[in-house]
Design a protein around this ligand. Structure first.
Ligand SMILES: [Zn+2]
Length: 397
């Protein structure tokens, strides 16, 4: 089913949402539209600290209850975009997927909070308006949004729950040179990491999801460390028996808006719903999932090996350069380059690695750690051997 959905994705892509940071007016327009479709029940289940409405979208009349939420962290919107695609898919007809929708509608009840932390989304921050990281608030429930999420899940008592996030683009699959595209985690519900029935459900489903994507993304899937943290919603909900699966969208080279990962998210989640609706997840083992390498931080955007650090001096070192995201004057996500670190960078893999041992550096200003650059030039004799702006052009927006 995954591959079928993947091939047909353009027919259910919600193209009005393109970038990760989109306007609030567009968001309310979409909520309004979903509420007018017969297949959904849209309701306001509470308000954020700044009184933004928190909406639930419900689909299906089946006995298996599933819940999902996105943008608990305000600046992590890849899965939110994927959920908009899923809602478009669920509201369409006569596209060859009617039978799938019928199976879903009859067997599952899917409860979704597509955007939980609207205050954080508005200012493009991880935290809530109060500066609270909601994913460390599952126990104390200080933030109103965490309380709403907790009460909501308790009322639903789901068999499966999807906790949808973005992670830093530069995580690697173990210490390899592969950038983690998607990270999964069947969270632990106690400090011993006991494989409770709830965790086993999540682990088996993760196994299926991994099998689905590995064909297209060999070695690009990792799992998060499963160290128990009762303050995190994933772990806390697993201890409540909610079949919690964490899904994180990582990075895909220069696709900074994560269009590829959004598509994978949408198809993966729809396939997971199908698997739950048909009970096929029950026949999965957990072997592949358990064999996944954990997320590590061994990637940098550009690594220059043995590069000159100043003009006229024979001082060289490795240079690690990363993209740094910021919000420009128009409120759009923009990127600058930052010298992340200098010295022996042999433990890092560059998305782009360049041997700079024959490069010369002409500028009067020495290269500085944590310096922000729009241009950086190295020569080989008369000719330009490297210019940072070439890589700026590769950034896919
Ligand atoms: Zn997050």
């Amino acid at each position: 089913m995954y591959q079928n959905l993947f091939n047909q994705y353009e027919h259910f892509k919600e193209s009005r949402i393109y970038k990760r940071r989109f306007s609030e007016s567009l968001w309310y327009e979409l909520i309004q539209e979903w509420s007018q479709k017969d297949v959904f029940e849209v309701s306001e289940i509470g308000k954020t600290f700044e009184e933004r409405p928190i909406h639930q979208v419900r689909y299906g009349q089946g006995p298996i209850r599933i819940c999902a939420w996105s943008q608990m962290h305000g600046d992590e919107a890849t899965a939110t975009k994927a959920l908009a695609d899923i809602f478009l898919f669920l509201s369409q007809k006569a596209d060859g997927f009617d039978e799938l929708r019928q199976i879903l509608h009859q067997n599952i009840s899917f409860y979704v909070i597509p955007r939980l932390n609207g205050d954080g989304a508005a200012r493009w921050t991880r935290e809530t308006a109060l500066g609270i990281d909601m994913n460390r608030d599952a126990q104390s429930l200080f933030s109103p949004e965490a309380k709403i999420l907790s009460d909501w899940a308790d009322a639903i008592q789901p068999t499966f729950a999807f906790n949808l996030h973005d992670q830093n683009r530069l995580y690697s699959v173990g210490s390899t040179s592969h950038q983690t595209h998607i990270a999964l985690l069947a969270t632990a519900g106690d400090e011993h990491g006991t494989w409770t029935p709830s965790r086993i459900r999540a682990g088996k489903l993760a196994n299926r999801m991994y099998k689905n994507i590995e064909g297209g993304l060999t070695n690009k899937i990792a799992k998060w460390s499963d160290e128990y943290n009762s303050r995190a919603f994933g772990d806390n909900f697993q201890s409540r028996g909610y079949g919690l699966l964490l899904l994180e969208s990582g990075g895909a080279a220069w696709d900074l808006e994560k269009h590829t990962l959004r598509k994978i998210n949408a198809c993966l989640l729809l396939d997971a719903l199908y698997s739950i609706a048909t009970d096929s997840w029950k026949t999965e083992s957990m072997e592949l999932y358990q064999g996944l390498l954990t997320n590590e931080r061994c990637i940098v955007d550009i690594k220059l090996k043995n590069a000159p650090l100043a003009s006229g001096k024979n001082q060289r070192a490795d240079i690690a350069i990363n993209l740094k995201e910021y919000i420009d004057e128009e409120g759009e996500i923009a990127y600058a380059w930052i010298i992340e670190d200098l010295g022996d960078m042999s433990i890092y893999h560059g998305l782009q690695e360049i041997d700079a041992s024959t490069f010369e550096y002409a500028s009067q200003e020495a290269i500085k750690k944590e310096g922000v650059y729009t241009q950086l030039l190295f020569h080989q004799g008369e000719k330009i051997a490297f210019q940072l702006s070439d890589y700026t052009h590769k950034i896919q927006k």
